[in-house]
Design a protein around this ligand. Sequence first.
Ligand code: ATP
Ligand code: MG
Length: 205
Amino acid sequence: MRKKPRIGIMGGTFDPIHYGHLVTAEEALVQFNLDRVVFMPTGNPVRKTHERVSDPEHRYNMTVLATASNPDFEVSRLEVDRPGPTYTVATLEAMHARLGLQAELFFITGADAVFDILTWKDPERLAELTTFIAATRPGYDLEGARAAYTERGLAARVEFVEVPALAISSTDIRRRVIERRPVRYLLPENVAAYIEKHSLYREDS
Ligand code: ATP
Ligand code: MG
């Protein structure tokens, strides 16, 4: 009998993708024995704070560049090609439909984002569709977080992974580009070159 495929999904705006995302995906892949991780750039994000999100094609291209050398990573156009706002439940339903019910899905996010699950639409349905892998900083209060999920009956569906690169953020990288401060070593060089080539994040672009 073939084993159930275990598929990680790393959703994000990826504006731009950086080593925090990549390290987290790799760590989740190994620790949870995933067959692969699918990066899923959002189409039109519903909960995004910075007002100007780059064109989905740019965010998709940067994600492809960043993941191209890893045979266990792939990038999906599912959300990029879907008109209208992105809802995680819809994405997970679509992934199940595509992969067949046999596949086990693991939705990888920052631990702070997992807290938002509790306020998302239909957390029970989400918990049926996927296990969450929450990226935490070394030293994070795992016990406290577990207790909060236990209280809401979600503990069995949330796993934790420690990531040293958690302080890197796209917001900081965008700010650095505007201020012409270095971004090297925060994200792959080919992504930095792509940002430069297309003048992304410049105030005048
Ligand atoms: P922004 O600063 O614009 O919010 P971001 O750096 O948080 O961007 P997103 O595309 O919003 O990047 O994040 C995609 C996913 O990756 C989210 O689940 C988020 O919690 C997680 N994430 C973001 N930064 C890191 C990081 N440094 N390490 C691990 N996970 C991260
Ligand atoms: Mg974010």
